[in-house]
Design a protein around this ligand. Structure first.
Ligand SMILES: [Zn+2]
Length: 234
């Protein structure tokens, strides 16, 4: 009789261990995911900054090209003006040259401002690169440690599952069925010891008949919370 009761206690011990192992695996993989997430975020920030720098350099280059083309055009107008025969033509060329000089003044200002911006942003690259390096270092520490730890946890998980399967195979088939159905919802709470004739899962008092069956080591399921009840003493 006490042997049967002991089976339920052992069962709960294993199930509690199983739950602990699941929790450890979960928090460990979360730790690794978080470390990987930090690497990804740092890389993304760096990439975004590099994209901004690239776009800025392209824009500066385009403005420099326009500036040079305008200077060449001014030079061309200047030579044409030197050989102009009419005042009207001379004035028109002067006017064109003035316009281009105005445009170039604006371009120069824009280039200068963008170069300042570029310099400022380039200074932000090393800290971003450093952040990537640090995140990668952290991941490199977490990943191998976690690989070993998770293998150990998986091995213990397999052992515990086997122990549960062995134990449950000695119980009525209904016990396994109920356990398989309720473990996903209740976790280690799938079994609950009674305390002074009450289910410790939901504090509902068991009936006299249920109590007798629990004491005999039979399968009794709490009618209100669906936990498998057992006697922790005797
Ligand atoms: Zn209950």
């Amino acid at each position: 009789m006490s042997d049967l009761k002991q089976q339920f206690r052992d069962w709960h011990t294993y199930v509690l261990r199983l739950q602990e192992l699941f929790d450890a695996l979960d928090s460990g993989s979360q730790k690794e995911r978080r470390a990987q997430g930090k690497v990804n975020a740092a890389k993304k920030q760096l990439q975004q900054m590099q994209d901004v720098l690239k776009a800025l350099k392209v824009a500066i280059h385009e403005k420099e090209v326009s500036l040079k083309a305008n200077l060449a055009q001014i030079d061309k107008y200047f030579k044409q003006r030197n050989i102009a025969k009419e005042k009207k033509e001379f004035d028109a060329l002067t006017h064109e040259m003035e316009d281009l000089k105005q445009i170039n003044n604006v371009l120069e200002e824009e280039i200068l401002s963008m170069m300042g911006d570029l310099e400022e942003k380039q200074a932000q690259v090393p800290p971003l690169e450093e952040a990537v390096k640090q995140a990668e270092t952290a991941l490199a520490q977490v990943a191998p440690e976690w690989q070993i730890e998770s293998q150990q946890l998986e091995a213990r998980l397999a052992e515990t599952r086997e122990a549960i399967a062995r134990l449950v195979s000695q119980l009525p088939a209904e016990a396994k069925k109920h356990y398989d159905r309720m473990f996903p919802n209740l976790g280690s709470g799938v079994l609950a010891p009674i305390n002074r004739r009450s289910c410790t899962g939901c504090y509902t008092e068991v009936t006299g008949q249920q109590y007798n069956e629990i004491v005999m080591g039979k399968l009794v399921i709490c009618k209100s919370c669906n936990r498998i009840l057992y006697d922790p003493e005797g």
